[in-house]
Structures are given as C-alpha cells and as structure tokens.
Design a protein around this ligand. Structure first.
Ligand SMILES: C[S@@+](CC[C@H](N)C(=O)[O-])C[C@H]1O[C@@H](n2cnc3c(N)ncnc32)[C@H](O)[C@@H]1O
Length: 222
C-alpha cells in the first residue's frame, strides 16, 4: 500500500496502535452513537446534503470498525469505509458483513477524481501531523465532486499528546493532535472548501469535540 512520505513514522505507529486495540475499540464504541444525539443530528444533515445532490458513493475515511459507515447506510447513504489499520478493517468487515471496507491511507487516497458524492473523516484526522494536513485535504478535494459535502470531527484544543495506552489499557504509541476550529477552517479554505457549519460539543467520551461541515468549492482557483 502506497501511503506517501512518512518521515516521523507516524503512519506505522498509528497503524500498529489501532491494530492492537481494534477489537476492544469495536466493543467500546459499538453503541456510542446512541448516546450522542448532536453527532447523529449532524450526520443526518450530511446525509440530507448527499441526497439533495442526487446521491452517490460516500467514503468514510478512517472508518475504524465502521460504526459511522453503518449509520450512514441506515440513513440511506451508499457509504463505504477506508482505514489504515488492517485490524480495524477486519473488525469492520466482521461487524458489518456485506459492507465494503478498504485498506488505505488518507495521505494517498486511491480513489478516482470527483468520484465521491461526499466524504467523512470522523475523529481520524486527530493523528495526522499539521504538516500533512494540506496533503490530506488536497486528496479530499480531488476525490469529491464539486459541491460535495465534507464532514469532519476532531478534538478541540491546542496541545498534541503522546498516547501510550488506551481502550482497556492496551499499549499504544501515537500522537493525538487537538486543534482550534479556526485553524481547521483556515486549512479547509486554503484547500478549496467552503465551510457551512462549525460546532463544538462535549462528546460521549467527555472530551470537547469539534464538528465541521464544508463543501468542495464548485469553482475557484484550482
Ligand atoms: C479514533 S479512531 C476513529 C474511528 C471511527 N471513525 C470512529 O469514529 O469510530 C481513528 C481511526 O483513524 C484511522 N486512521 C488514522 N490515520 C489514518 C490514515 N492516515 N488513513 C486512514 N485511516 C487512518 C485509525 O486506524 C483509526 O481506525
């Protein structure tokens, strides 16, 4: 799998960490959306936006065990998942038989240009270092149809923390990057997106969550 430059080894560390915790992550998050009505409401808004533009395929990038992919499918969206971690892809296929889940990295999305009606990255940009964000957003823009919606969630804050264990005490080695909504909006605008909605909320994990709904600009300088 081609994943692009990785000078700090963060992709390898992220992949290995999520391989280690895939099964417990799936167990701990399986019913989490039941407890997060604000998240469900914005996912419903995103599904409406996809349908309003005639539907089509939606990529859930960094899908983990596929809980958001499956929820979007329940909302009538033709969603499939992509994840860096083979363990997560295995868990997603087991949790949601018959749904498409592909191994891949958001740093090098193997999808055709303008082939996606929408794209979701739900708490998966949190491990991408600042210097790689513009590369990732350029891929998101390339694969989205003009006007197609992009839905992001992230942890709000300033600091980056090394996480050494999680999801039941399993060993992990990866960075979690918190970001200010203003910084996310600036990166998205530079990448050719128009931001429509930005919310902050307290998630079921009791962490401050940020959610941004944007669209690929229909026209512009790209
Ligand atoms: C916190 S989990 C979120 C999973 C899922 N979106 C959810 O909300 O349950 C982060 C996920 O992002 C994936 N991920 C991290 N970096 C990635 C990358 N460069 N490309 C694709 N997936 C990535 C991880 O493997 C992991 O499954």
């Amino acid at each position: 799998m081609e994943t692009g430059p990785d000078t700090g080894g963060w992709l390898d560390d992220t992949r290995a960490s999520y391989d280690t915790i895939a099964d417990s992550y799936a167990d701990l998050t399986r019913h989490l959306l039941d407890e997060t009505p604000a998240e469900r409401s914005i996912l419903a808004m995103f599904a409406d936006m996809v349908r309003a533009r005639g539907g089509g395929t939606v990529a859930d990038v960094g899908c983990g065990p596929g809980r958001i992919t499956a929820h979007l499918r329940q909302l009538g969206v033709d969603a499939f998942g992509i994840d860096l971690s083979p363990g997560m892809i295995e868990a997603a296929r087991r949790e949601h038989p018959g749904v498409r889940f592909d191994l891949g990295s958001m740093t090098d999305l193997a999808l055709a240009g303008a082939s996606m009606a929408g794209l979701v990255a739900w708490y998966s940009l949190i491990h991408v270092p600042d210097e790689e964000i513009s590369r990732v957003f350029a891929h998101f823009r390339r694969v989205l149809r003009p006007g197609g919606p992009l839905l992001l969630s992230f942890h709000v804050g300033d600091e980056s923390q090394l996480k050494t264990q999680g999801y039941g005490g399993h060993p992990m080695k990866l960075f979690v990057h918190r970001r200010r909504p203003g910084q996310m909006i600036a990166w998205l605008t530079e990448a050719g997106f128009a931001v429509e909605t930005c919310r902050t909320l307290t998630s079921a994990e009791s962490k401050l969550g940020g959610i941004i709904l944007a669209r690929r600009q229909v026209t512009g300088w790209f």
